[in-house]
Design a protein around this ligand. Structure first.
Ligand SMILES: C[S@@+](CC[C@H](N)C(=O)[O-])C[C@H]1O[C@@H](n2cnc3c(N)ncnc32)[C@H](O)[C@@H]1O
Length: 264
């Protein structure tokens, strides 16, 4: 088995540094997120707990808890700083523990559902993560991977206006075919594939510049400073051409891919 990502690697470092300022709604507005999770749960769940892996500041775990109110919910994240934030924000709704997708702090065959929102592109050992999902899920259990796949990136204004950001994201995000082939090789059967379109409000152009200057997305923190600075200068210039008093809303799209473990 490939080793767990070590604490202190680039992803953990980026997550630790982002934890206090993390904004889940930049990925999907909360209402969209909850609608997606409801749709997943409506597929039918085995008995057992629900796990939100890569839970970040706990916003997605809270949405999950809202759609499975009768079940224990656990949020897991590689970053201790994210787990601290999640516990402070939503410790009354769910338990939170440090762990990784590749190695979760749970018993075999104990979960009905694993959700992974907006984090699959950051997983270092994806095959290890899929094997771990098979270990942790009960027969009939579901794994829901939600977030941008490679095909979903080009629509977003930030990706269009910031080509260096698009380039690094393109390299990290799997295509639909890559994800489903890898999952099938690791014993997971795709049962739902959907794309969801929505709008993300970003604020006035000057606020968008301030927002992006803070590198609110992991892929921005994983670029070299030189690449970020060059891309950001051009991005700022493009935004300065927009009317200053009109709020910017970016179209966005994510994929919802649900896999089942065990017999059909
Ligand atoms: C973009 S955030 C998503 C957080 C939350 N799910 C959301 O949608 O708002 C990605 C999260 O995944 C975590 N992460 C990255 N790689 C991980 C791994 N291999 N195992 C567990 N968590 C991981 C990061 O620490 C970060 O908190």
């Amino acid at each position: 088995m490939t080793l767990n990502p070590e604490p202190g690697n680039a992803i953990t470092h980026a997550a630790d540094s982002l934890a206090r300022a993390y904004q889940s709604d930049l990925r999907q507005p909360a209402l969209i997120r909850e609608r997606i999770l409801r749709q997943v749960v409506d597929l039918g769940l085995a008995s057992g707990r629900a796990i939100d892996v890569g839970c970040g500041d706990g916003s997605t775990t809270a949405s999950l808890a809202a759609v499975v109110p009768e079940r224990p919910v656990l949020g897991v994240d590689i970053s201790a700083a994210m787990i601290d934030a999640a516990t402070a924000n939503f410790g009354d709704l769910a338990d939170f523990e440090v762990g990784t997708f590749e190695q979760m702090p749970v018993e075999p065959s104990s979960a009905a559902l694993i959700t992974a929102l907006n984090m699959w592109h950051l997983v270092v050992d994806r095959e290890g993560a899929l094997r771990e999902a098979s270990r942790v899920l009960k027969s009939g259990g579901l794994l829901a991977i939600v977030g941008a796949l490679r095909e979903d990136l080009a629509i977003q204004t930030i990706h269009r206006l910031f080509p260096a950001f698009h380039r690094i994201s393109y390299g990290r995000h799997q295509s639909r075919a890559q994800l489903t082939a890898m999952a099938e090789l690791n014993g997971l059967r795709p049962i739902l594939f959907e794309t969801v379109d929505f709008e993300v409000p970003l604020g006035l152009p000057s606020q968008v510049v301030e927002l992006v200057a803070e590198k609110p997305f992991f892929d921005m923190r994983l670029m070299t400073d030189a690449d970020f600075d060059a891309g950001f200068d051009a991005f700022r210039h493009d935004l300065s051409e927009l009317p200053e008093d009109e709020a910017v809303t970016t179209p966005s799209r994510c994929s919802v891919v649900v896999f089942s473990v065990g017999e059909a």
